[in-house]
Design a binder for this molecule. Structure first.
Ligand code: SAM
Length: 221
């Protein structure tokens, strides 16, 4: 039973989400699947749409922004190859959901959001849920977080024309960047691995993200 009167069993919906949306599409990393089963996604959306939180879709979080589809969160997280001791930088805090997933799987998460209202809401959620390994900054994430660099992993959850140069400079040796890159309407997930002075690139699924706006992204219209 997932529905008792108007009461939704969110834990059960999370299990169902993993079983029907993530495993059949090839998500295999047990740590990622467990984090997706654990983090209460409904807490990161508006109360009036909480019943849709585990649907197979992105949802509006206000300010013209979105919380990504659960599958996309899982794919990006799996591509980051987290083992537990990493320092991670996320660009595009949005609702805070992806940062919470990362915080379950890595040592420390630094997340940057350009819309102050969203950053503040996410901060409140982290506090309420007891995530004390997430640090939030308001600003242009395309510049990275130089005072905290280097990062073992960087992920961008907004679509840009390229991986911003400052982020490539802030990745540690052997580190990875996972980000959607393309035009304003469609992108492709890229994984960049730094090895010595070289960066190797792998391409993954096509995707659609809101634009990465900033000095090394798209210009604000
Ligand atoms: N990771 C988010 C989550 O779990 O809800 C989803 C992020 S949403 C798809 C993309 C976010 O990136 C938006 O909140 C947007 O304001 C933010 N953004 C866009 N450009 C940015 C930039 N240069 N620096 C920081 N945040 C940016």
């Amino acid at each position: 039973m997932t529905k008792i009167g108007v009461f939704l069993d969110y834990k059960e919906l999370r299990e169902l989400m993993v079983k029907t949306q993530l495993i059949p599409r090839g998500i295999k990393d047990a740590r990622v699947l467990n984090a997706m089963k654990k983090v209460p996604r409904h807490i990161f959306v508006d109360e009036r749409i909480q019943q849709k939180a585990y649907d197979d879709t992105a949802l509006s979080i206000g300010e013209g922004q979105t919380i990504s589809q659960p599958y996309m969160v899982a794919v990006m997280t799996e591509l980051l190859e987290l083992k537990g001791d990493e320092k991670v930088l996320e660009i595009g805090t949005g609702s805070g959901y992806q940062a919470a997933i990362l915080a379950e799987l890595a040592r420390e998460v630094f997340t940057i959001e350009r819309v102050a209202l969203l950053a503040n809401k996410a901060r409140e959620k982290f506090l309420a849920l007891g995530y004390n390994n997430i640090h939030v900054r308001v600003g242009d994430g395309t510049l990275g977080w130089p005072e905290e660099a280097p990062f073992n992993r960087i992920t961008i959850t907004a679509g840009g024309p390229k991986i911003p140069e400052p982020l490539l400079e802030q990745i540690s040796e052997g580190g990875l960047v996972v980000a959607p890159v393309g035009d304003k309407f469609t992108q492709q997930l890229l994984k960049i691995r730094k090895s010595g002075k070289t960066f190797s690139k792998e391409k993954f699924t096509p995707c659609v993200f809101v634009p990465l706006i900033g000095e090394h992204g798209w210009k604000e219209e």
